[in-house]
Ligand binder design. Sequence first.
Ligand SMILES: [Zn+2]
Length: 132
Amino acid sequence: MSVSSRDLVAKKMAQLIRAGATLTSYTCPVCGTPLLRLKTGEYYCANCDRPVVIVRSDAEEKEVMIKYGLMDIRDTLYERLVMINNELKETKDIDRINELVKSMVLILEAYDKVTQIINQGSPGTSTKAEKK
Ligand SMILES: [Zn+2]
C-alpha cells in the first residue's frame, strides 16, 4: 500500500464524524491520535482501530460538560448571525443597517472569544488533554 496511512486514518475519522462521532481533546495512549467519541459513548482510536477506555475524574467530566455548553452558545451565536444576515439582505434603511452591522460585530467578537475558550481546553487538569 503506497497510500499514506495518515490519510486513511483522517478519512476514517471524517467518516465517523459525519456519522455522528465527535472529536475529543483526548489522545490515544498508544499512538497519540486524537480520540473520537462514538455515538455509543465509546472512545475510539481510528489509527489503532480499537476502542480506548478513558478514566475521567468528576472535575474532567464537569469540564467536558462546560465545553459542550460553550459549543451550544457558539451555535446560538452563529444562528443569530445568519438571522442578522438575512435581515441585512432585506433592509435598505441606513439606520437599521448600522444597527445590524453593530450587532454582527459584537456577535462575531463573542463567537471568537467562545471559540478561543473552547480551543483552550481544560487548563491544569489532566496531562492527557494538554496541548502545546
Ligand atoms: Zn491509537
